[in-house]
Design a binder for this molecule. Structure first.
Ligand code: FAD
Ligand code: NAI
Length: 464
């Protein structure tokens, strides 16, 4: 039998692409090298990290804010084994959900490494052994952690996010190389449980790809949790001996610091994963960064072979991969879909959460665009005071003359969910005043967005 489409990789890019292909009437197969479906996101990424973030935030609140709320409990204890077990249960249920969706949509699943024999034949080697004949192929093989060449990753003391999601003890001291999304999220997990966290970041700011205000505010909030930061420091040596890891880093002035800890988490970004795909057998090329080259339709230079998600250019985010999966399925069937990459939101699931969409202030400055800013702090909001989540602010950037919203940046409780309003407003090209004039339920965190829009419109917030 020949399939209309074969998807290689079952992460959020691949499984969504497969479902949309099947919905559109294409006979679809999906190949996954691991035993469970769901890719990085469901198995060792988005879902397990959020499960641990939620558990540890409960613990942190029990330790810190319950008393103030008038709840007296005996000192809570961490049962890390149970936390990890619950996380594993959540992962299993979510991966099983993808299995169910494959069956429901009559998608054939093959477990094993998929390798191109030629552009229409994929050899599956592993649990299933098969040659799959196919008209079109969607490559969705994702990414793997980047490691500095001089670092020996022993996966015991010097680890990546995958191991950090499965530790058997709460580390006394975790050194984190890279103050990006993984570093700040997993650092928060262990800081809440009592670990000392030291972040060594090459640039002068943490979460450096986001609006600068967000990095500054998140640094303030996580310092309260006990995070220690070495910004503008380049790691030059990492060694592990017995139970001790040592990280040497150089400041811009050339001064060297040596930090000793128990674990070192390396989170300096991820790189596209194409090992074992046999791209050369199909005539597909990768760029200098190892990303599969695609055109605006996400098609490689070989007609009928597409690539999506972390393995191609753009943000390495699950929802970006999903949009691309849908985009390719619809393109294949003759539709004219569209993705607005500027409006893919970015979220850091720390507490407070950070969420952004559109341009950052730094990007607008670089473009020389005339803009205005409106900000509103959560501490001025009744709802935030009621729940004791007063850290953070909403920052809205709007065009100076037209008032069109150009960027929304939120750091605060529930920012991850609130950013959807920024996406909606920007998709419909709303002005700051459009949003400011809409009724926002009281008392809610969303009122801070309205107030920031009032501030951006003509500096007339009500509650500040
Ligand atoms: P992947 O999810 O990486 O899936 C690729 C799949 O392809 C894998 O299952 C792999 O086994 C399989 N594969 C590879 N080669 C072959 C082959 N030759 N044959 C068969 N199968 C193959 N993003 C968010 O948006 N929100 C978050 O909260 C978030 N949290 C994260 C937390 C962590 C700790 C990490 C590491 C990542 C997180 N991400 C998050 C990023 C997100 O996981 C990725 O952007 C997303 O998984 C990319 O999806 P994908 O489909 O492109 O690839
Ligand atoms: P990242 O790109 O977010 O952060 C890496 C950080 O490491 C950057 O701040 C960078 O300046 C720094 N860095 C790079 N080289 C360094 C060096 N030699 N020494 C010190 N610092 C160095 O990458 P991260 O955190 O590894 O995450 C990988 C990807 O996974 C992210 O790009 C993100 O897209 C995705 N992800 C998304 C999440 C979310 O959406 N909430 C959560 C976790 C991961």
């Amino acid at each position: 039998m020949k399939y209309d489409v074969t998807v290689i990789g079952s992460g959020p890019g691949g499984y969504v692409a497969a479902i949309r292909c099947a919905q559109l009437g294409l006979k679809t197969a999906i190949i996954e090298k691991y035993d469970t479906l769901g890719g990085t996101c469901l198995n060792v990424g988005c879902i397990p990290s959020k499960a641990l973030l939620d558990s540890t935030e409960h613990y942190h609140n029990a330790e810190t804010t319950f008393k103030e709320h008038g709840i007296t409990i005996t000192k809570p204890k961490v049962n890390l084994g149970q936390m990890i077990k619950r996380k594993n249960d959540v992962v299993k249920a979510t991966c099983d959900g993808v299995d169910y969706l494959m069956k429901k949509n009559k998608i054939d699943v093959f477990h094993g490494i998929g390798t191109f024999k030629d552009k229409n034949t994929i050899v599956v080697a592993g649990k299933d052994k098969k040659e799959v004949q196919t008209d079109k192929v969607i490559i969705a093989t994702g990414s793997k952690p980047t490691i500095l060449p001089f670092i020996k990753l022993d996966k015991k003391r010097v680890i990546t996010s995958t191991e950090a999601l499965n530790l058997k003890e709460v580390p006394k001291h975790m050194i984190i190389i890279g103050g990006g999304v993984i570093g700040m999220e997993l650092g928060s997990v262990y800081a809440r449980l009592g670990s000392k966290i030291t972040v060594v970041e090459f640039l002068d700011s943490i979460i450096p790809t986001m609006d600068g205000t967000m990095g500054k505010e998140l640094q303030k909030a996580t310092k309260k949790l006990g995070f220690e930061f070495y910004l503008g420091h380049k790691v030059v040596e990492v060694s592990a001996k017995g139970n001790v890891v040592s990280v040497k880093a150089e400041s811009k002035k050339g001064e060297t610091v040596e930090i000793k800890g128990v674990y070192c988490l390396v989170s300096i970004g991820r790189k596209p994963y194409t090992d074992g795909l046999g791209l050369e057998n199909a005539g597909i090329e990768v760029d200098k960064a190892g990303r599969i080259e695609v055109d605006d339709h996400l098609q490689t230079k070989v007609a009928g072979i597409y690539a999506i998600g972390d393995v191609v250019k753009g943000a390495m985010l699950a929802h970006k991969a999903e949009e691309e999966g849908t985009f390719v399925a619809e393109s294949i069937t003759g539709q004219k879909p569209h993705i607005n990459y500027l409006l893919i939101p970015g979220v850091v699931y720390t507490w407070p959460e950070v969420a952004s969409v559109g341009y950052s202030e730094e990007q607008l400055k670089e473009q020389g665009r005339a803009y205005k800013t409106g900000s509103f702090p959560f501490k001025a909001l009744g709802r935030a005071r009621a729940s004791m989540d007063i850290d953070g602010l909403v920052k809205v950037l709007a065009d100076k003359s037209t008032d069109e919203i150009l960027g929304v940046h939120i750091i605060g409780a529930r920012a991850a969910d609130m950013i959807a309003t920024g996406v909606t407003a920007m998709e419909f090209r709303a002005s700051a005043e459009d949003v400011a004039r809409m009724s926002h339920a009281h008392p809610t965190y969303m009122e801070a967005v309205k107030e920031a829009c009032l501030a951006a419109t003509d500096n007339r917030p009500i509650h500040m």
